[in-house]
Ligand binder design. Structure first.
Ligand SMILES: Nc1nc2c(ncn2[C@@H]2O[C@H](COP(=O)(O)OP(=O)(O)OP(=O)(O)O)[C@@H](O)[C@H]2O)c(=O)[nH]1
Ligand SMILES: [Mg+2]
Length: 394
């Protein structure tokens, strides 16, 4: 129970309540938040982002992420430059930190989101002390979205596992340094580091065991199916059109494309018959997003097994998005990080949303399609029919 109280304090935005078998997280946004979104734009130095990433669009993406949460409103968004890196305790110097506080007060913000992958515990506390309101990073916001929208037990287990390193980091910091009781809501003497660490370790072990079982079941099911049908996984940056493509190819009524980041959190499989008469099994998957801590992706191992084990991976890109090149680079990096080694042989790259006026005519994917108008769909189906990656011989 004590761990529960501490966890609640570590991230002021997240409320944790104990459930029967350990923990259940609920989000604390019953009344929502008015959020000030700040993107720290690194001016120069080796930590400055890839040239493909436009800072204004990174800020826009952060705003969209925050708005994905029900009852979270963005009251203001700003880019504030920082030199070299974002590792300082308060990220910016004194002047900028005070300016942000002023901006938050003027806009009646109740929380600030700093658009970096993950703030260190020291930064989160330092900024909380400066601004006196909850401070979110990309990881926090994405976790809140996942918690709010996840439907299946598999997704929930993976989300709980993804939280552990984050909590562990904060526990370590909290119990080994002087801490502000207004953040922690707990007296230091109430806490005992080794108890908490042990409780976390047990929790992690239990979750890993359950996820391992789910993963083994997924793989067993896939291996069985693979003897009968080729397995095809659709991957891509969030909102690229994965669900729309799966729906187009299979006609599955249950698939509902949505104009929302992370609309799909749970992997689903659907069947289709190709012109040659053969059946394929198509998997719609969770979208990728740039700048997320690696442990978050690692925690989704069971879900991503569908991708790793697929005979063919369709990487769908929204080429009407101004940042499609950077998004494409991020997806390829994530695929490599989950163990897809031979991108050239295993992946076909499809440019989607060509019906939109913003579609980039210079995109050079293997094929161009529109899931909305159906353009290019016949050619794509022909290509899938012809692909020679499949383990079963046709
Ligand atoms: N104009 C246009 N819109 C499209 C096209 N394909 C998908 N969309 C729209 O793009 C939005 C996202 O589509 P989804 O299929 O849900 O995208 P997704 O990749 O599954 O997204 P997540 O599950 O959130 O990662 C929806 O509003 C779709 O209607 C297309 O070819 N043209
Ligand atoms: Mg989807």
């Amino acid at each position: 129970m004590r761990l529960c109280r501490v966890m609640r304090c570590i991230s002021p935005s997240i409320r944790h309540v104990a459930d029967g078998d350990g923990w259940m997280q609920t989000t604390s946004h019953d009344s929502g938040h008015n959020v000030l979104v700040i993107h720290p734009k690194i001016r120069w130095g080796k930590f400055s982002p890839s040239k493909l990433k436009d800072p204004q669009r990174q800020l826009d993406e952060a705003v969209t992420l925050v708005k994905t949460l029900p009852r979270f409103r963005v009251v203001q968004s700003e880019m504030i430059a920082v030199d070299y890196h974002t590792k300082k305790k308060t990220i910016w110097g004194r002047g900028n930190v005070q300016n942000i506080r002023k901006m938050a007060v003027e806009n009646r913000a109740t929380a600030v989101m700093v658009n970096i992958d993950s703030l260190t515990p020291m930064q989160q506390q330092g900024l909380y002390e400066e601004w006196n309101m909850p401070v979110y990073d990309r990881y926090n916001i994405v976790m809140e979205i996942f918690k709010f929208y996840a439907q299946t037990e598999e997704a929930r287990l993976q989300i709980k596992l993804a939280e552990i390193p984050y909590i562990r980091n904060r526990l370590f910091f909290m119990l080994s340094s002087p801490c502000d009781p207004t953040i922690l809501h707990v007296h230091k003497e109430d806490t005992n580091r080794s108890d908490f660490m042990e409780a976390l370790r047990m929790r992690e072990q239990k979750l890993r065991k359950k996820i391992e079982e789910v993963k083994a079941q997924n793989i067993e099911r896939m291996e069985k199916q693979r003897n009968v049908y080729p397995l095809i996984a659709i991957v891509g940056y969030t909102n690229a059109g994965k669900t729309s493509l799966a729906k187009r190819l299979t006609g599955a009524e249950s698939l509902v494309p949505k104009d929302r980041l992370f609309a799909t959190l749970d992997t689903t499989r659907h069947f289709a018959r190709l012109p040659s008469g053969r059946k394929i099994c198509l998997t719609d998957t969770i979208g990728f997003l740039s700048d997320l801590p690696i442990h978050l992706i690692d925690a989704f191992e069971a879900t991503l097994a569908h991708v790793k084990k697929a005979d063919l991976i369709i990487h769908i890109r929204d080429i009407s998005h101004p940042d499609w090149r950077a998004q494409s680079e991020d997806v390829e990096r994530t695929l490599k990080s989950i163990g897809v080694e031979n991108l050239e042989e295993q992946v076909i790259t499809i440019d989607n949303k060509i019906d939109r006026p913003e579609a980039d005519p210079e995109a050079e994917g293997d094929m161009q399609i529109s899931c909305t108008t159906g353009e290019g769909m016949e050619e794509l189906i022909g290509e899938i029919d012809k692909a020679r990656n499949y383990l079963i011989i046709w």
